[in-house]
Design a protein around this ligand. Structure first.
Ligand code: UDP
Length: 334
């Protein structure tokens, strides 16, 4: 059974997407059991697509897609994206597989690079053979510790190529370069959203996989200390999952997005200390906020300029930080 909050959110997404674009399409979703991947599986099934979810379960969880297992239009394949050889014809590939959590990817830097490099190469070849559209989940991390904030797509980035985050940042930058080469050399229809911090139900909260948002919620709900790194003045802009998924679907549906690199995110910039304080307030938690050393190369500010996406597909985030946070807390407290 799908959870009530997620089900209502799905209906909200469905309303903004034209059904006929996706009905009867065969869609491969890599990282299909992950946070954003599993939301895409749900939405596409609702829109009448046939979905193949591919996941090696290194960071994804089967519980995100278990409720779809009896649906004839849904198939789950446990495989590493780098080694996957698909025999079926696909119309669309949503390449979401990757290691997104800083603590986790820094523990598995080689796998992280491989997923972005070999995995994206495998998906580009598959898309070429199938004449399929390929959407690749890139990231705000390609900008590194940006000097221009809000950051537009035209900014080239400030990344430490040998620092602890480089396995993720440079992997994604390589994948972007590879897809631009496929677009140029073979005319492949690639679409490259750079996804800024997204959150909501199904964001992992445990161990190395936890992100600031999900960790703080778990810590607050269990009255443990909230672990803020540095002085907490670094910023992020948090985009609720329905907004992220809607933007991804609109980009996938719109031919004008061919070969485009586009930021997706919310423009409300908040400090990590504000996040901790707000989480504490909403959960009415007794947790103390504790300060820990700042990790190396942690970006100081992050906020997208989303003018390009607005112009291209007429999208703007719809869910405020307050509303999204309350929903997420409700979901986690269940
Ligand atoms: N952070 C924190 N405490 C934590 C986890 C993260 O203060 O327990 C900080 C982290 O240093 C960063 C921000 O919160 O400045 C966002 O971290 P997240 O793990 O969500 O990923 P990032 O946006 O850095 O990719």
């Amino acid at each position: 059974m799908i959870d009530k909050i997620i089900s209502e959110d799905m209906d909200r997404i469905k309303k903004t997407i034209k059904k006929d674009v996706f009905s009867d399409k065969k869609v491969l979703i890599t990282g299909g059991a992950g946070f954003i991947g599993s939301w895409l599986c749900d939405v596409l099934i609702k829109l009448g697509s046939q979905v193949i979810a591919l996941d090696d379960l290194s960071t994804g969880r089967t519980k995100n897609v278990d409720h779809l297992s009896k649906n004839k239009a849904f198939k789950f394949i446990k495989s590493d994206v780098c080694a996957f050889e698909n025999k079926e014809k696909v119309d669309l590939i949503l390449h979401m597989a990757g290691h997104a959590s800083p603590d986790e990817y820094q523990t598995h830097p080689i796998e992280t690079l491989q997923t972005s490099a070999s995995g994206t190469f495998a998906m580009a070849e598959l898309a070429r053979k199938n004449d399929a559209v390929l959407l690749f989940a890139s990231t705000s991390e390609v900008y590194g510790d940006a000097e221009i904030v809000p950051t537009p797509e035209t900014y080239w980035g400030r990344v430490n190529p040998i620092g602890p985050r480089s396995c993720y940042d440079e992997g994604k930058r390589f994948a972007e370069a590879l897809l631009m080469a496929y677009s140029k050399q073979y005319g492949l229809d690639v679409r490259v959203p750079r996804i800024f911090n997204s959150y909501g139900p199904r964001l992992r909260e445990d161990g190395l996989y936890g992100r600031a948002m999900s960790r703080f919620i778990l810590q607050a709900l269990t009255n443990q200390s909230i672990t803020v790194y540095g002085d907490g003045k670094q910023t992020r802009s948090f985009c609720y999952i329905t907004d992220t998924v809607t933007a991804l679907m609109l980009l996938t549906a719109n031919p004008k997005a061919k070969s485009e690199v586009v930021n997706i995110g919310n423009t409300q910039e908040v400090t990590i200390l504000d996040l901790a304080t707000k989480v504490k307030e909403i959960t009415k938690s007794k947790s103390q906020i504790e300060f820990y050393p700042m990790p190396k190369d942690d970006p100081k500010r992050r906020c997208p300029n989303i003018g390009k996406l607005e112009t291209l597909v007429g999208w703007k985030p719809d869910v405020s930080f307050e509303e999204g946070l309350k929903k997420t807390v409700t979901w986690f407290s269940k």
